[in-house]
Write a protein that binds this ligand. Structure first.
Ligand SMILES: [Zn+2]
Length: 326
């Protein structure tokens, strides 16, 4: 069968995994390829693995574009990845040019949360709930604001970075960004894990006692919380409280129609939902909060890759980068 039309590759480049998909014009996933990032300190290894995923995806398909979502601040307008928390070799890195030169295919790179928000806008429930704020909850926390059919980028493409907004001025927890009390040290999977480990060290009883520390992560803690473990439940209640504080600022400043939750920890949303909503009621005025909807993202872990493909395929999604980047 001869394939015609607009087919694009979308890549979510993470610190441990590379998730790639092939998307057609109608938003159907034609193919999915998952790869390992390999040693995140080795530029050569990461590029080799990335190229392999792209080669596997494009085999037998006339690919018109490649979109890549990558964690960390991205100088979108100059197509340089400024830094990436899980890939230390990245510093003002021309990933777009490297990939485009290697394959001779139009390539666009953006922050991974912005690409995930784009997937929700174009192929998810988001298009009916604008303006919406998209938040990813995982080992870190990211965010993006979408309004009027596009991503709001701000002056240097870092708008929406709620994970590094400080909410707890008393916090003694230093964030990866060097500040104290960012949402990321209060409500992320990493924060939940730290809370439980500290609780056990302080003698708080838990069903996780005796489990090797390296096996304790947010997923296991969620499971124990559902089995009634009080320390694990408290970890999610605390995370939920601070999420509620963060959401209250979003509601008061942006008056969104929806807050949409993505990232691995969205699976544990049920353990935080009540606390988040209770906190929102306490900290916001009724009128801006009145019609707010909060729900989980449509495409789950594939959001970043799907949105990256959409970014490459549809010039209007690129906003200020209309047309092929040089
Ligand atoms: Zn921070």
């Amino acid at each position: 069968m001869e394939m015609t039309g607009n087919i694009g590759i979308g890549i979510d480049l993470g610190g441990t995994k590379i998730c790639g998909i092939l998307l057609d014009e109608e938003g159907r996933i034609l193919k999915r390829v998952d790869g390992s990032t390999g040693d995140p300190n080795s530029e050569e290894t990461v590029l080799k693995n990335l190229f392999q995923v792209i080669d596997d995806l494009k085999e037998n398909f006339p690919v018109a574009s490649i979109g890549i979502g990558c964690a960390g601040p991205d100088d979108f307008f100059n197509q340089l990845v400024v830094t990436s928390p899980n890939l230390p070799f990245i510093k003002n890195y021309p990933l777009q040019r490297i990939v485009q030169d290697r394959f001779g295919i139009l390539t666009v790179v953006d922050n991974d949360v912005k690409t995930a928000a784009l997937a929700e806008l174009v192929l998810g429930k988001g298009k009916d709930f604008q303006p919406f704020f998209f938040i990813t909850l995982g080992t870190g926390i990211g965010g993006a604001l979408v309004y009027d059919g596009k991503i709001y980028r701000g002056a240097s493409n870092t708008a929406g970075e709620i994970g590094h907004t400080v909410f707890d001025l008393e916090s003694k927890e230093m964030c990866g960004c060097g500040k104290y009390g960012c949402l990321e040290v209060l409500s992320s999977g990493t924060a939940i894990r730290r809370f439980v480990l500290q609780g056990m060290r302080n003698g708080f009883p838990s069903k996780l006692k005796g489990v090797p520390e390296e096996l304790i992560d947010a997923r296991l803690i969620a499971q124990k919380a559902r089995e009634g473990d009080e320390l694990s439940r408290n970890a999610f209640l605390r995370a939920g409280f601070w999420l509620g504080v963060a959401f209250s600022s979003l509601v008061q400043i942006l008056n969104p129609k929806a807050i949409i939750i993505g990232g691995g920890m969205s699976e544990a949303w049920d353990l935080m939902e009540e606390k988040v909503k209770e906190t929102l009621v306490r900290l916001t005025m009724e009128f801006p909060r009145g019609n707010l909807r909060i729900f989980k993202s449509t495409h789950g872990p594939l959001s970043g890759a799907i949105g990256a493909a959409l970014l490459g395929m549809r010039p209007k999604n690129r906003g200020p980068l209309n047309g092929p980047p040089e």
